[in-house]
Design a binder for this molecule. Sequence first.
Ligand code: DP6
Length: 319
Amino acid sequence: MQATARAQPNIALIKYWGKRDTIRNLPAVGSISITLESLYTETAVAFDDSLSTDELFINGAAAQEALPRISRCLDSVGGERRARARITSETNFPVAAGLASSASGFAAVVVAADAALGLGASVDELATLAGQASGSAARSLYGGFVELANLDDGIEVATIREPDSWPLRVVVAITSDARKPVGSGEAMERSRESSPFYGRWIEDQAVDLDTARSAIASRDFSALAEVAEHNCLKMHLVMWASRPPAMYWNAATLACMNTVRDLRASGHAVFFTIDAGPQVKAVCLPDDEAAVREALVNTNGVTDVRVSGLGAGARRIEV
Ligand code: DP6
């Protein structure tokens, strides 16, 4: 009745922002991401009939606040009459600061819970369940370059390019480890209800997805760089124009964006992307990694830098 799973965060290149169904947590748009390799969450789920409530520990501390979402996620895997569980989760990166910890967290939970209960659900089914808990988590079930497509009545997630066949590198510049001011789910709803740019964001997503899919298929780095930065900035402007606005950047976030643009102007193959947090993810070709890392380490306000390649989807591990 217990199992452990490991999952890595994923970074969206074409972003998910907005929900078309808040009950089933279905995204309003498709998205394309890369699954990371060296940042990870390891989660053990132990179902135990003697427990009267679920218990959650994240990085050694009881995490009561996050428990209701995890409990609902376990219900979706094992049914509401399941035994209560002890969930122990460890990450090797800061939680809830825009490094997609919910994506790796929920991906690991569904895989571990399914294995602990011996249910044998398919990866597709687990992706759908992870996505109900957190939209971006559906993508962490798969490795490499991943597309989440919207179907009439759900989602379909798949690897569109294996990580080894285009081994991009990601340099994450950490500019703050504070918890974010407003969660992405709430900020998305705010955007849908009040941002004058929301409708246009939804309308244009198909074009950005097509551009990115072709760039990935032909390994055209500059085409991918152009559309990924455009899509990221567009998403942030939708948030900024919401009422009240959702603003996640700090001064160091902007400084990192400038660093990346300067690097590109001097011939390096690199682009930035930013999620619902102040960290900047610089995506580059392997030959440019050292220069990108060095430049970001030396950017004002950067407190830490993490480097990762592209990795595999969530899976059960033996401990
Ligand atoms: C900016 O997956 O955290 O990272 O479904 O409400 O849990 P919920 O949202 P979440 O949102 C991620 C938004 C994003 C872009 C992305 O990862 O595509």
